[in-house]
Design a protein around this ligand. Sequence first.
Ligand code: BGC
Length: 401
Amino acid sequence: MQIQFPQSFFWGAALSSYQSEGGNFNSDWAIWEKEKNLQPAKLASDHYSRFREDFRLASQLRLNCLRLSFEWARIYPSRGVVAEEELAHYKEVIDALLALGIRPLVSLHHFTNPIWFAKSGGWLKSSNIDSFLEYVSKVSSAFKDKIEYWLVFNEPLVYIYNGFLRGNWPPGEHSLSSANKVLDNITACYEAAYQEIKRVYGSCPSKVSFSKHLRSFYPCPRFSFGLNRASASLRDRIFNNSLLERIARSQCMDFIAINYYCKEYVQFAGPLGKECEHNYHQERRNYMGWYVYPQGLYELLLRLKKFNLPIIITENGTAEEKNSDYKEYLFTHLKSIGRAISAGVDVRGYIWWSLIDNFEWDKGFSPRFGLIGIDYTTLERSIRPFALEYAEVASSNKLEI
Ligand code: BGC
């Protein structure tokens, strides 16, 4: 059987600044790593100086789009102060992509904040929203003729969950009321940023959205199944649906951007439940311990049809040890997308996480998500074999299954 993808489908890979650039010492994560004694990002994958080499490899892999992020703390090292040389650096980055015929999709916030912003109360304070909007205004004006696709935030609910409920990311809070406050502030900020980009762009084409992490929630079949089912469906409602519906109502979304990785079994532990850790299901788990579940992507895509907006998968990927596992993950997920397209879902692009191996937050450097592997002693890059098979799909726009 053959799946034919729509013409001008986006075939891409993703990166984020803090995870790959290196040298982002003005960001709150740099302090967090020290405080918590975590493996530090330091030079990360040294993408800041090697971006040309990385983009050449992306082009060799026949990718026609690349998702990356700008580091807010680089551009604004202090409140109200623009580092013009860093803006110039990002101009070189974007120009290098455009010269290779690779379309950039740029995130403005991928989990990290400038230290000065975090110290002044961060996202807990609604009066801080203006600082982010100043940055949005600055960069959208600077890149108006180069960048069409903007992702204002990456996975706001993942950021809030880890930073304000679970407390394993900065600022390390465990408070439902803080989480709610931050959600309100980030939502309001997103809508204002959307309007600001539209105002700056005027008649120039712009497509603005945010990357929403979606997950397949299933009740843990052990213990009290009924309660587990209630928790799984509550998680699904709150985590998968609520924010998309809220933003869709405000009409501040030109396309739906989703990040999908896995299935999660939920066990009752208070209404929202908790992740059920048992591994008796005999289902495949990747290096991160995540349940690999391509069918979930198909199911979630069908549910997104109701929004009547084009969809781009802005992240999907895995960390593995064996090439065959990467390949299986990639191809089974592409097949789910093909099935969803045949069922009438308007999917316009697929972006693998990640282009190169990079810093995986509190897990450090051991998980390897890259199409391109990195030897961290020499920083040498090498294309993983499964990436060449991805390149074939990208260049033919077809998948044989
Ligand atoms: C995040 C990335 C992260 C990846 C793998 C995504 O949810 O956007 O920053 O590296 O998951 O965990």
